[in-house]
Ligand binder design. Structure first.
Ligand code: ADE
Length: 233
């Protein structure tokens, strides 16, 4: 899968693609990425990319010309182009699956108050929000979208890890323990040391149910009505 990111701040993006599991995916050729600096397409000697909003109001707006020129340089018109914004539709597991069907995605990292609406009208296929809060860095939102997508590619992480994680079947994950067996007087639950796979599986399932009920009553209710429509667990 190929990701093209347009940004005014390439440093955090380059650092992300050069780290950890993503770095390995890039090395293996499972992921390709391009990072384009919008400022390289500014028209004036000061390389200005923002300006005050028409109609007044707080903050600055990312100008249309440099951003449109940057988008043209990567052929965005023919590619699925995403603008991460708190004003977009919510990023859900279902949307992640839809986006994963694209071989290549272009992501615009916004800054300031936002980008000129005409760029959205002309180039953007999808406005996506990663949550009901406002970040100052569009780079973070774009990288969240990249991260949630690439980890599902074959060869990035094991099928088993993907199957066991939160949301896979509407429940949150069970707790994990590793060595040492006692840490600050706290032991590891007996069952995990028992070697009894069936009992471990049952314990983990119960932990997931309890955790979901406590932390995410909304998910718990949805899971309950799916798994036991008559109200019984
Ligand atoms: N940019 C700033 N905040 C954001 C959010 N919540 N989702 C997506 N993009 C954003």
């Amino acid at each position: 899968m190929r990701f093209t990111l347009l940004t005014l701040f390439p440093e955090p993006i380059d650092a992300y693609f050069a780290s950890s599991i993503m770095a390995r995916a890039v090395q293996k050729g499972l992921v390709q990425y391009r990072c384009v600096n919008i400022r390289d397409f500014a028209l004036d000697t000061h390389r200005t990319c923002d300006d005050a909003p028409y109609g007044g109001g707080a903050g600055m707006v990312l100008k249309a010309e440099p951003l449109a020129a940057a988008l043209d340089s990567v052929g965005a018109a023919g590619l699925h182009t995403i603008y991460p914004t708190p004003a977009g539709r919510s990023l859900t597991t279902a949307l992640v699956e839809q986006l994963g069907a694209h071989e290549e995605l272009v992501l615009i990292c916004g800054r300031y108050e936002g980008i000129d609406q005409r760029v959205i009208d002309l180039y953007v296929d999808d406005e996506i929000s990663i949550g009901d809060y406002v970040l100052s860095s569009g780079e973070l939102a774009a990288l969240v979208i990249v991260d949630v997508l690439y980890r599902h590619l074959d060869g990035v992480i094991t099928r088993e890890s993907l199957q066991e994680e939160s949301f896979q079947d509407g429940l949150l994950e069970y707790p994990h323990y590793t060595r040492p067996e006692v840490f600050r007087s706290r032991g590891v639950p007996e069952v995990l040391l028992s070697g009894h796979h069936e009992r471990i599986r049952e314990w983990r399932t119960q932990q997931r149910i309890d955790k979901t009920r406590r932390a995410r009553p909304d998910l718990y209710e949805a899971w309950l009505s799916r798994s036991a429509p008559d109200g019984k667990e």
